[in-house]
Every structure is written in structure tokens, then in C-alpha cells.
Design a protein around this ligand. Structure first.
Ligand SMILES: Cc1cc2nc3c(=O)[nH]c(=O)nc-3n(C[C@H](O)[C@H](O)[C@H](O)COP(=O)(O)OP(=O)(O)OC[C@H]3O[C@@H](n4cnc5c(N)ncnc54)[C@H](O)[C@@H]3O)c2cc1C
Ligand code: HEM
Length: 332
């Protein structure tokens, strides 16, 4: 893209700051009208509570702000790419997003969005799309070469369900094809896809792996999100909570940049709240399994005794790991 086009992109920064979310809100409505099938791929809960539109608006703004040197965004783009990879986003879908994003800029901004501005944004979008497509291609290739791993969705049987507290259940997921599964770093998540009847759509969500790697199964621990006030009950967590042993769900292979390096010798400080302890459990278990037993401090808070999950497992972790200092508090 040329210097004039970069200046035009920079000139749109104030409008992105003030109306970026209106723009992305409009964009999603437009894209879903033309491509209703994509509603199966996007998190409709995040569409309703506004999180996804602000994630995209912030990403577009950050890109405009760094248009002279988009390379500084590579770390952030890698995080987005890992999530995209877990959702099986494909290169040809960038054209759909690009078409509706550029059309939305024209329709939302109106006459101020001149032909030159729209052209500059078209060049800028496809430049960003190409960076992400290349980055994601690498992630797909790297993932496909890991033993036991797979790209896209794979069917897993829920062989065991364990109630961990009044609102958290663990699901033990075994591959339906009986073949090997991929190792993961403690802290990583999987995307889960289930059919949500109230929407008549499939819906993906992410869940941290809540145990150390085990070659037989993955375990996730899901909190049932109850509705309150005008907030409806969570769709996927409630769908999962109504599942029985023997049912099948589709999952991605493990993904995510937030994880422990298995061979690091540094002391560990873990801080979690509520169901946010799931990646910590995986880290703590891995810590013991790998016989590292390094000094670990874990501070965890939850609302009250009824939602205090994994009590037995935590006391057994403490017995096995001398170096673990655990402090737990309740806020109600
Ligand atoms: C990397 C990662 C790891 C995670 N790990 C775990 C884990 O280990 N365990 C776990 O339980 N969760 C985990 N989560 C959260 C999980 O992915 C889901 O977000 C969670 O289960 C809620 O999904 P849901 O479909 O039940 O709720 P949704 O239906 O998506 O709703 C989410 C929230 O939005 C609110 N909402 C929906 N519609 C509206 C509306 N119209 N107006 C206002 N508010 C609305 C709902 O009330 C609810 O509070 C993780 C998330 C990520 C990103
Ligand atoms: C340059 C183009 C794109 C940008 C800047 C972008 C940006 C983002 C960002 C910032 C997130 C949130 C990441 C996170 O929560 O960690 C995200 C998630 C997501 N993206 Fe993209 N994305 C782009 C292209 C696409 C395309 C082409 C698709 C497929 C049609 C897509 C589908 C999704 C989905 C389904 C999610 C998860 C949404 C959710 O769970 O709420 N994205 N993207």
C-alpha cells in the first residue's frame, strides 16, 4: 500500500475510536444476513453481549494505528490465529469478511467515506488478511504434523461426567475413533462444538483442559452459567450440563498461547477466581507428574462453599507436592 493510502487509513482513526463498535455491529448483521451459515461458527453469546464486536473493532483500530509497521502486531495476531485455527477458519472466508467490512464502512460512515478511503481500506484489509492467512497456514501445518493431532473438528465420546461443585461438572472426553490424541501444554484450551436447540445452530466455545496430559482422554470442567436479571442462561454451558455419559461432541485439538513451559525451572505463582482455576489445575498436576515440584504459590477465590470445586483433588495435590503453598478465600 502506498504512502497516501496509509495517510487515509490514519485519517480514519478518530472515527474508528468513536464508532468502531457501531461499525462492527453493522458489519456482523450484514455478514450474517448474506451468510447465515457463519452463525454456526461465531459465538452467538458474544454477539449478544457485545464481546465479539468490541474484539474485532479493537483489532481493526490497532491495525490502523500501526499501519506504518503492522509487524509489531504479530504477537497479538498469533493469539487470534490460534483461536481461528481452533475454529477451523479458512483462507476463503477472509474474502467474505473483507467484502462485508468494506461495504459496512461505506454504509455506516456515509459520504465521508470517499472512494479513495474505501480503496485504501480494501488494500489495508487484504494486507492484514494475508498476514493472518500466512500465519494460520503455518499453525495448521504445525498442528497437522503433531502426533495424535488433527485440524478441524473430531468426535469425542463423553465417557464420564463428574460433579465437582454445585455448578461445575467435569467431562472426560475419549476419541470416538479410538486413535491417539495430541499432547498439550498445561493452560491450553480446546474449542467444543455442540448443537444448541434454542438457536437451531451449532455453537463453538472454548474450555481449558483441566488435567495434566493423559494419552487416553481430555478433561474439561464446565461451569453452568445461570441467568440473572436480564442476562439469559449460558447456551453452551447449559447444553453441556444436560449431556449424559455416552453422548458425542466435536472438539478441536488443543490450542492457545497461555500455557506453562513444561521444562521451565522458574517458581510458579498462580492466581485464579471461580472456574478460572481450570488451567491452573492442569498446571499443578503437570508440575507433579513431571516431578519438577518447583516452588508454587496458588491463590484462588470463589463465591462460597457450594461452588468450591475439586476439594479432594486439591488436598491430594498438596500432599504430593511439598513446595505448594495454597491460599483459598471466599467472597460471600
Ligand atoms: C480460553 C478460554 C478458556 C475457557 N475455559 C473455561 C473453563 O475451563 N470452564 C468454563 O466453565 N468456562 C470456560 N471458558 C468460558 C466458556 O468458553 C464459555 O464462555 C462459557 O461456558 C459460557 O458459554 P455459554 O454458551 O454457556 O454462555 P453464552 O450463551 O455464550 O453467554 C455468555 C454470557 O453472556 C450473557 N448474555 C448472553 N446473551 C445476552 C444478552 N442478550 N444480553 C446480556 N447478556 C447476555 C449470558 O448471560 C452469559 O453471562 C473459557 C473461555 C475461554 C476463551
Ligand atoms: C483480518 C481479519 C480478521 C480479524 C482482524 C479478526 C479478529 C478477531 C479477533 C480479535 C478475535 C477475538 C480473539 C480472541 O478472543 O482471542 C477473533 C475471533 C474470531 N474470529 Fe476473527 N478476525 C478476522 C477474520 C476472521 C474470519 C475470516 C473469520 C471467519 C469467517 C473469523 C472468525 C472468527 C471467529 C468465529 C472468532 C471467535 C469469535 C467468538 O468466539 O466470539 N475471523 N477474530
Amino acid at each position: 500500500m502506498n504512502a497516501d493510502q496509509k495517510e487515509l487509513i490514519k485519517a480514519t482513526i478518530p472515527i474508528l475510536r468513536s464508532s468502531g463498535e457501531d461499525l462492527t455491529n453493522y458489519f456482523y448483521a450484514r455478514m450474517f444476513k448474506h451468510h447465515p451459515e457463519l452463525r454456526n461458527m461465531f459465538n452467538m453469546g458474544n454477539q449478544a453481549n457485545g464481546r465479539q464486536k468490541s474484539a474485532l473493532a479493537n483489532a481493526v483500530l490497532a491495525y490502523a494505528e500501526n499501519i506504518d509497521n503492522p509487524g509489531v502486531l504479530l504477537g497479538v495476531l498469533k493469539g487470534i490465529g490460534t483461536k481461528h485455527r481452533s475454529l477451523n477458519i479458512q483462507p476463503d472466508q477472509y474474502k467474505i469478511v473483507g467484502t462485508h467490512l468494506i461495504a459496512s464502512i461505506g454504509e455506516v460512515v456515509g459520504e465521508a467515506a470517499t472512494r479513495e478511503i474505501l480503496q485504501a481500506w480494501t488494500v489495508a484489509f487484504y494486507q492484514l488478511a494475508q498476514i493472518m492467512i500466512d500465519l494460520e497456514k503455518e499453525l495448521y501445518i504445525e498442528n497437522a504434523t503433531k502426533p495424535g493431532s488433527w485440524n478441524g473438528w473430531r468426535k469425542f465420546v463423553i465417557k464420564k461426567i463428574v460433579e465437582e461443585s454445585a455448578e461445575i461438572k467435569s467431562f472426560y472426553l475419549y476419541p470416538e475413533d479410538g486413535k491417539a490424541i495430541a499432547d498439550f501444554y498445561p493452560g491450553q484450551f480446546i474449542s467444543v462444538q455442540v448443537f444448541v436447540e434454542e438457536l437451531n445452530l451449532s455453537q463453538p466455545r472454548q474450555y481449558s483442559l483441566s488435567n495434566a496430559f493423559n494419552p487416553e482422554y481430555y478433561r474439561i470442567s464446565v461451569k453452568r452459567e445461570n441467568g440473572f436479571g436480564s442476562n439469559p442462561s449460558g447456551m453452551v454451558s447449559n447444553t453441556l450440563n444436560s449431556k449424559s455419559e455416552g453422548e458425542i461432541i466435536s472438539i478441536s485439538s488443543p490450542a492457545g498461547l497461555f500455557h506453562l513451559e513444561k521444562d521451565s525451572k522458574n517458581p510458579l505463582v498462580l492466581i485464579s477466581g471461580g472456574v478460572g482455576f481450570t488451567p491452573m489445575l492442569s498446571m499443578l498436576e503437570t508440575n507433579i507428574n513431571a516431578l519438577q515440584n518447583k516452588k508454587t504459590v496458588w491463590v484462588h477465590g470463589c463465591r462460597n462453599e457450594s461452588v468450591h470445586a475439586f476439594k479432594k483433588q486439591i488436598s491430594s495435590l498438596k500432599k504430593k507436592q511439598n513446595g505448594l503453598k495454597h491460599s483459598h478465600f471466599m467472597i460471600q
